[in-house]
Structure formats: structure tokens, C-alpha cells
Design a binder for this molecule. Structure first.
Ligand SMILES: [Fe+2]
Length: 263
């Protein structure tokens, strides 16, 4: 069962779910508009989020912003569009979405993508878990409704959300959502390892060994340093990753510095 957790006066998030790798979903309530940060892994993930907002008496979001193209953040887009909620993404993310929108979710197509390396076993395994093996239920990736280049500031009324393309170690299209009034930043996966760009062994039958393999993956030193410097320019005190609980600025910067020191 998911929970909606209040992080500050205007910020909430629905917690992650390790079982199917669902990420945290953020919510920022303005006086005029509310924003959802990240689009969810599936229509079911989106509807769990909307139900929790309703239970807490919060208005449904007027718009959503996408952190990067990976399935667990983007496959909820189709459901959001159906509900008339436009999705905002950066140019780089939208370009990848354009490429992967042709992906078909059949056994044959999924196996072929694993064979060619377009897809990785880690994602293939968790997509199947999220959709309980029903490949016909997996929606296609779709394009964003609003596309920005490097930064876009949304005035939600009494609070702003700054969408900033930071790239970083995980995926070059990564966008963070910085809320200066609340001294908070949603990082999604941007601080993570490059799961698509670095070879690593994922074993669905051995989660502990897979976690260790992920932890031991190396980083690109320039991407990592530029990412840390970009974050240090933001005046946040707390942050939320896609697949971890809320943490402090100092914990995040220390983690990034330690990773840099190991390179
Ligand atoms: Fe990701």
C-alpha cells in the first residue's frame, strides 16, 4: 500500500515501491496550479497516486513534468494524457521518447531489444513485474505535450517549480524539479548510476548481488562533477531521489563527493 507523505507546506510525495521498482512521485501544491513530478510506471501507478491525493483532499494536478525517459518514470504518461493532464519534458527526453515510442511490448520485441542491448534485463524484469506479466497492458511511450530546452520555471501561485536539465551520472536527459520557496529539490534518478551505459550483471533471482553490482558500477568523472556543481548552485536543504527516502543536502553532496573520490 502506498502512502502520501507531506515533506513541507506545499510538497508531498507518494512513496516508492521496491517490489516493482516504482519510483517516488512528487506533488507541489500552488495557490493556482498543482504539479506532479514524474509520470509513473503504469496507469495503475498513476491511479494509486490520484486516489491518495483525493483521500487527502488535495486537488488533482493540472500538469505533470517528466524527469527522464526511463519506463518507470514515463509509462504513466499515456494515462495522464487520457485524463487531460499535459506532460512537460526537456528536449533531450522528448527526443528519446520519439525513438522509443515505436517499441512494441510483445515477447518477441522485448527479447529482441535485450539481444541488441537496446533494453537491459533489469528494466525488462521489473516492467514484467509491474504489469504482472500482462504485456498487452503495457502502454506505448508517448511524446511530451510541452517541451523546453534547458530550464523552465512554472509559477504555480505562491510557489514556483524550476525544471532544470542537469544531465548527470544516470541519464543525460535528466531533469530535476527545484522548489526554491521550500528549499527542496526532486532529483528523480539523476544521481544514480548509468544503468544503460555501463555493463553490469543483473540477476532477477539474486537481488542482493544485483544491488551490490549496481553499487560497484563506476561513474563518468566529468558527468559526476558537473552534476554535483550544478546541484551545489541550488539553494535546497532537502532532496528526494526516485528510489530512496528523503535526504538532506549534506548527505547527498557527501555521497557524490565520495563517489568522485573513488574514480
Ligand atoms: Fe532511471
Amino acid at each position: 500500500m502506498h502512502q502520501l507523505i507531506q515533506l513541507s507546506e506545499r510538497i508531498w510525495h507518494m512513496d516508492l515501491d521496491y517490489a516493482t521498482d516504482r519510483p517516488n512521485l512528487g506533488y507541489i501544491q500552488g495557490d493556482e496550479l498543482s504539479l506532479m513530478f514524474d509520470c509513473g510506471a503504469s496507469p495503475a501507478h498513476v491511479s494509486d497516486f490520484m486516489e491518495l491525493l483525493q483521500e487527502h483532499g488535495l486537488p488533482l494536478p493540472e500538469m505533470a513534468a517528466l524527469s527522464h525517459w526511463h519506463w518507470d518514470h514515463a509509462l504513466g504518461m499515456a494515462a495522464l494524457k487520457k485524463q487531460g493532464i499535459p506532460v512537460i519534458a526537456c528536449r533531450q527526453t522528448d527526443a528519446v521518447l520519439g525513438q522509443v515510442s515505436s517499441w512494441e511490448w510483445t515477447e518477441e520485441a522485448m527479447r529482441e531489444r535485450l539481444r541488441t542491448g537496446e533494453e537491459i534485463l533489469f528494466c525488462d524484469d521489473f516492467i514484467r513485474k509491474e504489469y504482472q506479466g500482462d504485456l498487452s497492458a503495457i502502454p506505448r511511450f508517448c511524446r511530451a505535450d510541452v517541451v523546453f530546452e534547458e530550464e523552465k520555471t512554472l509559477d504555480l501561485g505562491g510557489v514556483t517549480a524550476q525544471l532544470i536539465h542537469v544531465g548527470g551520472p544516470h541519464s543525460e536527459d535528466s531533469v530535476v524539479c527545484y522548489v526554491p520557496e521550500e528549499r527542496f529539490v526532486f532529483l528523480a534518478d539523476s544521481a544514480g548510476k548509468d544503468l544503460y551505459g555501463t555493463p553490469w550483471d543483473y540477476d532477477p533471482k539474486d537481488p542482493a548481488a544485483s544491488d551490490l553490482a549496481m553499487e560497484r558500477m563506476s561513474d563518468d568523472p566529468i558527468r559526476l562533477r558537473e552534476y554535483r556543481e550544478a546541484l551545489e548552485r541550488l539553494g535546497f536543504e532537502r532532496c528526494l531521489k526516485g528510489h530512496a527516502p528523503c535526504s538532506s543536502r549534506s548527505e547527498l553532496i557527501k555521497e557524490l563527493q565520495e563517489r568522485e573520490a573513488r574514480l
